[in-house]
Design a protein around this ligand. Sequence first.
Ligand code: GLU
Length: 303
Amino acid sequence: MLKKRARALVGAGLGLAALVALTGCNSASPTGGNSGESIRSTSDAALFTVAKDVKLHGSTTFDRITKNGKITIGVKEDQPGLGYRDATTGSRSGFDIDIARWIAASLGYDENKIEFKAIPSANREQAIVNGDVDYYVGTYSITDKRKQVIDFAGPYFVTGQGLLVRKNDDTVKSHTDLAGKTVCSATGSTPLQNIQQNFPDVKTVGLDLYSACADQLISKQVDAVTTDQAILIGYAAQDPDELKVVGKPFTTEKYGVGLTKGDQAFQTFIDTMLTDGPDTWKAIFEKNLGASGMKVTQPPVEK
Ligand code: GLU
């Protein structure tokens, strides 16, 4: 089952790349510039430049990055358009991935000094608390509960919980049609928690990955997948003959960058970068999600 999905995901990656090429936003020409650092990434060089001689006093995260000589970033890799890894080429793409690269570049770190680590929803707080990642960028909703153990920079994106069903299913048109249905979502996610707490007539299946939920939807083991609509749009785009997104978003999910609790200098650094970079934000959005039809503007950062 997983193998089959992996093949489908490769196809989706190519499809998105083709859309990007059509919009003319993707620059495939690697540029070295005169910074002395080799920029071997295919597209981020066109979106932002790698800063030089960055100093950030009083940040334990920055100190750790400096000591390691590289940045470790927690991400998703099965969410096309947001956080995705092409299984054939190993290349990563998506809105979240480019936000993660933009932060790294602002800190002075090029693509070849980034180590991406795929971490599922349920394990994010622990990975940050353990110091396994320097920061996390992956459809990570800012919540008070999570803020008890970690901090967030941002928000940098706003979406809401939605529903994905099989293309030929007309019985679920919105979240009010879910009674008696079986709905799949990721363990440790806000959408799963919402269904379990507020939809008592709905059966739930919790899996590690949303791509595994989409597999179960196609094979009719579940009736719907629920998570942020921005994520579901990616699965529907990859399997348009099998899947569709229905209804309007029924929660508000504000995505933040997950950070070690108490590192205010690091948080302020990222918030300032976001606030000062509306054109970069827009370029990253257009490149990755512009063809999706989503209408999203950059939200202001919050204290
Ligand atoms: N944004 C929601 C959350 O943080 C759902 C997406 C995800 O699990 O990454 O829980």
